[in-house]
Design a protein around this ligand. Structure first.
Ligand code: ATP
Length: 894
């Protein structure tokens, strides 16, 4: 290898120790050369030549001990293996003192056998080498120290930020390798300057990087801080907004519930206003498409509470949409229950003594029967208004039974081809019935069967019977089309168990015939006739509605049986509801629009505030007295006429009064469901059709009644109304007989004082009388009252013309009549009725029947009084229907 050698003897002799040193240095140099990884051949350029130190023999150590103890720094060679380390005998590393001692021994040994002149060179060389060595070591130590300090600094700053920092706690192996590399680095640092510079450069780069990173971290920290603050701020804001939102929502919720309340209140107020104004309520119901129908597009665009928007083809309007407003609109899917629930309050008022009328209007097949009765196959859910109404009436009457005792009875009528038929008659005679608008007991068709009912099953049985009897015929539009108007009338009479007052209410539930145009239903012959009658009656209904809407002075009720039947409900003070039905099909749009327009007109009609039919016991008694007096008067007249025209009895009259088998007698007698008093409703036929009329109130009086005597001269050429108008005679006479303190004969003798001739002789016409005689309310006894009433009636009769005959059947009387009567001058206050001036009054001899027929029409109904502003005044104005000048006013009996 070219390393200088020495021998062991060189060590012993002492003088040739330079060879040893030279060899050691050469080895060291070689070792360093090797460690730097230099390529090529190593060449030693030591200061001592082997030859110059001795005999040319290689320098060999004589005693290895001192070398064994000499510390080997890393700079002198590679790190020896553990087993090669110079440990002392105890296996411990040599101390500084022992090292110093070994060196001095070594130096002493080296120099001991040297020549004096060689020693300075050797020492100098050794010292320079040692100095160099120590300087290098110091520099290395310094560098190490600095690096360690910086590392510690970086570590202290980096530690919290980065988990992978160089100062992290490391595994022992890692630490070892790090230490090794550090020592190598130190060696590198210690060895070539270039490496040191590179390391420094690297370090400074790293430092810069770290500084940069620290700055970034600081910036990030700052950003984080700002973000945190922002977040906090946002959170606070959010919380505040959330709170405000909550408050807002609370407010909105409050407002919404308030709005709902206001809406509810508005609706109530609206209904109250309508009630006060007596408006007819109109509910619209849209029929769904039927199963099996082609699912075309519906003509209904939108339904919103009480509003409905229709899609119209361009020929019906430019905009293609038409808007209608009603009290309520039921969508196609509305259930029977929902429809009824809106009707319920109205129906319940029947028990409070109101008259109620509910009628279903609409084109054929639009669902009228469905609403009023239900579908063909009746289920509990499908039950219509009729069943539900009666069920509810029973329920409520039962709830009130401790306070009021109710009697509920029903009639079922049909108007077919302008003829009124009794749908509950079982005799199959199909008798024509007359309509009388008498407010005495609310029974307008007294000759029809009135069947008491006490449960829903009674009602169902009756309706089944009615439906079977109803005229049903097939048309092209609806095979179940009803070609008649049907009317189920429920009569309710309640007696207050404490006060004894009587409440009377009635309810008409009317299923009108289809309103479609005749041409569309493709009918001819009998069907055409039916359709014409239907259309005529519906247009009469329209005329009545128009007249009422315009508050016309004349309302043409008598133009059809339908309007006559509904007169009390349409013109009286009843609560009236119309269900208008429409179909959704496009083909029906024309009919639908005219139906809706008609319904809108109906909604504008004001009937006046509804009035309760409630009589106290006294009023009831007084009313009965009036009735009895009227009857007595009429009867007296009859007797007179009979004596005068004993030959004029007609077969027709005899036929009517003789009665016959009651049409409903058989079926309902046998049922055994009804009490005796109830049964009397339909027993009348045994006596006469006339006697049935008043039996509702006064059936208990029958026992005292004298046998019916046919009255002498019926109206031979008179109308049916004339015949009917004498109907109350039997009952009224009973009342007369019953009257306390009045001897029957006396009574009649008293009345005899006012025979026909008396009036013809003495009556000057009511206007004259009333104008001349001031009204002074003075006490007068009942008998006088009767007499005066009779007198007054007769006086008035004398001045009426034949046109009143028409109105007689629709006239009525009620409690205000009594008040009016009580203001009449008594006979005692007017001992002398001004004598008749035959020239002035021009009395025309009246037939008894004519006179009788006019009796009711002369007594103003409450409605009339209200309309005319005439109440129970102390100064009596001109007689209703008669002007101050004594002329009769035109128009209907007002
Ligand atoms: N709201 C509804 N829901 C389901 N089906 C209905 C509804 N309304 C009507 N219908 C059905 O439509 C058809 C015709 O109805 P409905 O007989 O009641 O009409 P209408 O107006 O009484 O006819 P008409 O004038 O000929 O008596 C029936 O089959 C009925 O079941």
């Amino acid at each position: 290898m070219g390393i200088p050698t020495f021998e062991a003897s060189d060590l012993d002799q002492g003088g040739k120790s330079a060879r040893v040193v030279n060899c050691v240095l050469a080895l060291k140099s070689y070792s360093e050369w090797k460690q730097t990884g230099a390529a090529g051949t190593w060449k030693y350029s030591g200061i001592f030549k082997a030859q110059s130190y001795g005999s040319g023999k290689p320098f060999m150590r004589k005693n290895s001990e001192p070398f064994m103890k000499f510390p080997r720094s890393s700079s002198l060679g590679s790190v020896p293996d553990a087993d090669q380390r110079p440990y002392d005998d105890l296996g411990q590393e040599p101390s500084e003192a022992s090292i110093g001692h070994s060196l001095s021994v070594l130096v002493h040994t080296l120099l001991s056998n040297k020549k004096q002149e060689e020693i300075p060179f050797i020492v100098e060389a050794m010292l320079s080498k040692i100095t160099e060595e120590y300087q290098r070591r110091l520099a290395g130590q310094n560098e190490l120290l600095r690096t360690t300090t910086e590392g510690t600094e970086v570590c202290s700053t980096d530690k919290p930020l980065s988990g992978s920092s160089s100062c992290d706690v490391k595994e022992p192996e890692e630490q070892e390798s790090e230490e090794a590399s550090r020592s190598i680095n130190l060696e590198k640092q210690c060895s070539p300057k270039v490496n040191c510079r590179q390391l420094k450069g690297k370090l400074s780069n790293q430092r810069m990087l770290i500084e940069q990173q620290q700055m970034n971290i600081q910036a990030l920290k700052h950003t984080l801080h700002i973000t945190k603050e922002g977040m906090l701020c946002l959170q606070m804001k959010y919380q505040e907004e959330f709170y405000n939102l909550g408050k807002h929502l609370q407010g909105l919720g409050h407002a919404a519930s308030g709005y709902q309340k206001v809406l509810e209140e508005n609706r109530k107020l609206y209904n109250q206003v309508q009630d006060l104004r007596g408006n007819i309520r109109v509910y619209c119901r849209v029929r769904p498409f039927l199963p099996g129908q082609p699912n075309g597009s519906s003509t209904v665009d939108n339904i919103d509470e009480g509003n409905i928007t229709m899609i119209t083809p361009s020929k019906y309007g430019k905009e293609g949409r038409k808007f209608f407003s009603f009290n309520k609109v039921f969508a196609p899917l509305a259930t029977q229950e929902a429809v009824f629930s809106d009707t319920l309050p109205l129906i319940r008022s029947v028990l409070d003594g109101y008259n109620v009328c509910i009628f279903a209007y609409g084109q054929t097949g639009s669902g009228k029967t469905y609403t009023m009765t239900g579908p063909k196959e009746l289920t509990e859910d499908g039950l219509g208004v009729n069943y539900r109404a009666l069920t509810d009436l029973f329920l409520l009457s039962n709830q009130r039974k401790d306070v009021i005792s109710y009697e509920i009875s029903v009639q079922m009528l049909e108007i077919y081809n302008e003829q009124v038929r009794d749908l509950l008659a079982t005799d199959g005679l199909n008798r024509r019935l007359e309509i009388r608008n008498s407010s005495q007991n609310g029974i307008n068709v007294p000759d029809a069967c009135i069947i008491p009912v006490s449960s829903t099953s009674d009602v169902i049985n009756l309706m089944d019977l009615g439906q079977k009897n109803r005229a049903v015929s097939s048309t092209a539009m609806n095979d179940r089309s009803s070609r008649s108007h049907s009317c189920l009338t429920v009569h309710v009479q309640g007696r207050d168990l404490t006060s004894g007052s009587i409440i009377r209410g009635s309810m008409h539930l009317v299923d009108l015939a289809g309103s479609e145009r005749v041409d569309k239903s493709e009918v001819t012959g009998d069907r055409l006739k039916e359709a014409q009658h239907i259309n005529k009656s519906l247009s009469a209904l329209g005329d009545v509605i128009s007249a009422l809407a315009q508050k016309g002075s004349h309302v043409p009720y008598r133009n059809s049986k339908l309007t006559q039947l509904l007169q009390d409900s349409l013109g009286g003070q009843a609560k009236t509801l119309m269900f208008v039905h429409i179909s959704p099909e496009t083909e029906a749009i024309g009919e639908t629009l005219s139906t809706l327009k008609f319904a809108e007109r109906v909604a504008t009609v004001e009937l006046g505030a509804a009035k309760v039919n409630k009589d106290s016991i006294e009023v009831k008694e007084l009313k009965e007295q009036i009735a009895s007096l009227k009857a007595a008067l009429a009867r007296k007249e009859g007797e007179t006429d009979h004596s005068q025209n004993s030959r004029s009895s007609t077969p027709e009259r005899t036929k009517i009064t003789s009665g016959g088998s009651s049409p409903c007698q058989h079926s309902w007698h046998s049922a055994g469901n009804f009490s005796n008093s109830q049964r009397q409703f339909c027993e009348g036929g045994k006596k006469s059709s006339i006697t049935r009329r008043r039996s509702l109130d006064l059936h208990d009086l029958r026992r005292h009644s004298p046998p019916w005597t046919p009255i002498g001269t019926p109206a031979q050429n008179g109308k049916d109304d004339d015949k009917e108008s004498i109907s109350g005679d039997w009952v009224d006479q009973v009342m007369l007989n019953k009257h306390d303190g009045i001897n029957k004969d006396e009574n009649f003798s008293g009345l005899r004082e006012f025979p026909e001739t008396f009036y013809q002789k003495h009556s000057r016409g009511p206007s004259k009388i009333y104008l001349e005689q001031p009204y002074i309310r003075t006490p007068f006894n009942k008998r006088d009252n009767q007499v005066v009433e009779a007198q007054r009636s007769r006086s008035e009769m004398a001045s009426t013309d034949d046109s009143d005959d028409l109105e007689a059947a629709t006239s009525d009387s009620s409690d205000p009549d009594l008040l009016w009567q009580s203001n009449l001058p008594t006979m005692s206050s007017h001992p002398k009725i001004p004598g008749p001036n035959t020239k002035k009054s021009n009395p025309k001899p009246l037939k008894a029947t004519e006179a009788r027929s006019l009796i009711p029409s002369l007594i103003p109904s409450p409605a009339r009084k209200q309309l005319n502003g005439v109440g129970p005044a102390t100064n009596r104005p001109a007689r209703p229907g008669v002007g101050v000048d004594g002329k009769r006013k035109s128009g209907h009996a007002k």
